[in-house]
Ligand binder design. Structure first.
Ligand code: BGC
Length: 252
């Protein structure tokens, strides 16, 4: 099946048509900057223009960087507060001129990695963490997603983890790989103590540079592997969720 996947991030909105049987992009992805302020109407307009760019009339799925329950966005840590409690699915339906599905961005990336990437076939407890503007999380047991976990917001040393260990934090505070890996390692130790995963999948654009920091993450019981779909995982997962809403309980 061919589905348009759209991934809304804190800095960019990316879209591409996806072959959901193969987990591959059918055309080069198109990226636009996330409008600032990241208000609902502005983002919906950007989504509408991406749909138009591809001349898309088939099924479409959107990955959103916040908690999504039944089409309503409940949080939006790195967007505008106007998203909180909004019927975002309705807004996107209008902008796209057709029904779309909506899922948390890390959950989408996790679905894609579990199906086609680093977690394929894994039956244990898998925790996917995406490092970008924020930190996103997707928890799986025996391949089933527990939707809307928000482990990027656990507190470490009195601070939201994502403000210390996201990719943005690395850039903002000009952290060396060593120093940043130290923070990521500390964060993974917390997450291991809380969720006892067998496997961590490290995602987000920075997963392309996994060799710079994954070898520095030691002392964990769980295996740590980089994502294999990198920045495309959100697009592919958004498309998967659009045809398999059951895979993302409460987020379809
Ligand atoms: C949000 C999550 C999201 C993550 C990555 C966090 O700030 O709360 O819902 O998955 O950023 O975008």
């Amino acid at each position: 099946m061919h589905v348009l996947g759209i991934d809304i991030g804190g800095s960019g909105i990316k879209a591409a048509p996806v072959d959901t049987a193969q987990g591959t992009l059918l055309a080069e992805r198109v990226k636009v900057e996330t409008p600032r302020p990241a208000r609902p109407e502005a983002i919906a307009d950007a989504v509408g223009s991406l749909v138009a760019t591809f001349g898309w009339t088939g099924p479409a799925g959107i990955a959103f960087p916040g908690v999504v329950i039944g089409g309503t966005t409940m949080t939006a840590a790195n967007l505008d507060p106007a998203w909180v409690g909004l019927d975002a699915r309705e807004l996107f339906n209008k902008a796209a001129r057709q029904p779309v599905s909506l899922i948390n961005d890390a959950d989408a990336a996790g679905l894609a990695e579990m199906r086609f990437g680093a977690g394929a076939g894994h039956q244990g407890t898998v925790l996917m963490l995406t490092f970008g503007t924020g930190i996103g999380s997707a928890l799986f047991r025996a391949g089933t997603l527990v939707p809307n976990t928000e482990f990027g917001h656990i507190e470490i040393h009195g601070h939201d983890a994502e403000t210390r260990a996201s990719e943005r934090a690395k850039e903002l505070h000009d952290l060396s790989w060593d120093k940043w890996a130290g923070r990521v390692g500390e964060y993974l130790h917390h997450m291991e103590a809380l969720t006892a995963p067998d496997l961590f999948i490290i995602g987000g654009g920075i997963s392309r540079k996994a060799d710079r920091f994954v070898p520095l993450l030691d002392g964990l019981r769980a295996r740590v592997v980089p994502a294999t779909l990198h920045n495309n995982a959100g697009i592919v997962g958004a498309a998967l969720a659009a045809i398999k809403p059951g895979a993302s309980l409460g987020s379809s």
